[in-house]
Design a protein around this ligand. Structure first.
Ligand SMILES: Cc1cc2nc3c(=O)[nH]c(=O)nc-3n(C[C@H](O)[C@H](O)[C@H](O)COP(=O)(O)OP(=O)(O)OC[C@H]3O[C@@H](n4cnc5c(N)ncnc54)[C@H](O)[C@@H]3O)c2cc1C
Length: 318
């Protein structure tokens, strides 16, 4: 088998660490933020594989976040945002620079204005919390996103969604922090959302407002329940995975292409193409990130040889 392709760098990382000092966060005022070193990332992702972050921080407020981001800019240190880790594969060698996670205890404030039909939420909040609360308040637009793990920030960054809707279709504005630490608001007319992509490529999504429609809460709960049942019956939700590995090529299903290529159940080391859904890779005991990368390449190569279709990864790779 060929060695794994090196996927294009994630657009959410701000380039190579370059000449970053070895201890960019020592003896500087970070507004009270603490930075750990060699922090294991595997337990913070759904695939549970991969190496550590060179530096890791969980800022509790905007001042701390800004201090960290500005320090990265000053020292040319790579900075990445980790959400719920449900669409992410970290390489075995880990990642250089700083990884920031917005802890949900401090970044989950949600305000619903049922009359205006809006919900405004911090981007560290679990998407499931936003979905549940808007359904309860009788606001329609997010109910079919039930069962998608991760945070509001991760969902907006990759415009997560399903057959019926995606998160971008009801997003009205997003407050973001740029790589230089500036806070700006991106309004609807500046935003564009496509299939599993958004124009939100700023370093950190902070807070988002959604414009929703008034509806009967029982009808919404019923729609959410039906979507959840369908999802549970077709996806290996009880296994370690990162959702769909590949994007669906126009008019086709990546899962079907993988299944028709006879790849369901194929294993490399501790990673396996799910026998439930061809577009899910699940990891088990002893799995390494390299196993997942080899399996991704095997699927991509086999589908290309059999059908001529080039599969593109939906999964982010650090
Ligand atoms: C069992 C399972 C089922 C799934 N089903 C679906 C589905 O039906 N539809 C779907 O679209 N996806 C699905 N997914 C994939 C995944 O849940 C979504 O893509 C999710 O929205 C990712 O959010 P996250 O917070 O986990 O992001 P992460 O995986 O942590 O990160 C993904 C990307 O978002 C960026 N990011 C995260 N937070 C921020 C922030 N605050 N600011 C800036 N950038 C940020 C990261 O830097 C990274 O580039 C599924 C995954 C699993 C494991």
């Amino acid at each position: 088998m060929n060695p794994p392709d090196v996927p294009a760098p994630d657009q959410n990382a701000d380039g190579d660490a370059g000449d970053a000092p070895a201890e960019p966060f020592a003896d500087v005022d970070l507004a009270g933020a603490t930075v750990s070193t060699d922090e294991p990332l595997a337990p913070k992702t759904w695939l549970r594989v991969g190496g550590p972050a060179q530096h890791f921080a969980e800022p509790t407020d905007r001042n701390q976040l800004q201090a960290l981001v500005k320090r990265c800019a000053e020292t040319d240190t790579t900075c990445r945002l980790l959400g719920g880790g449900s669409n992410l594969l970290v390489r075995d060698e880990g990642v250089s620079g700083l990884v920031i996670r917005l802890p949900k205890e401090h970044w989950s404030e949600l305000t619903i204005d049922a009359e205006a039909g809006t919900a405004t939420v911090d981007c560290g909040a679990p998407l499931s919390h936003l979905v549940a609360e808007t359904v309860k308040a009788g606001l329609a637009g997010l109910e079919t996103l039930v069962g998608i793990p991760g945070t509001v920030g991760g969902a907006l960054h990759g415009n997560s969604g399903g057959r019926h809707a995606d998160v971008g279709s009801v997003c009205d504005s997003v407050e973001v922090m740029t790589r230089s630490g500036e806070i700006v608001t991106r309004t609807r007319d500046e935003l564009s959302f496509g299939y599993r992509r958004s124009s939100l490529d700023e370093l950190c999504l902070l807070r988002a407002t959604f414009a929703l429609k008034s509806a009967d809460p029982d009808d919404l709960a019923d729609r959410a329940r039906k979507t959840w049942i369908l999802k549970k019956s077709s996806q290996p939700l009880s296994h370690q995975s990162a959702g769909c590995v590949f994007m669906n090529p126009r008019g086709q299903s990546a899962g079907d292409l993988i299944e028709r290529a006879g790849l369901k159940g194929t294993r490399v080391g501790g990673a396996e193409v799910s026998d439930r859904h061809g577009n899910f890779i699940v990891t088990g005991e002893g799995a390494q990130s390299a196993d997942v990368l080899r399996l991704i390449d095997l699927c991509r190569d086999t589908v290309r040889q059999r059908t001529g279709v080039e599969l593109e990864t939906e999964l982010r790779i650090w």
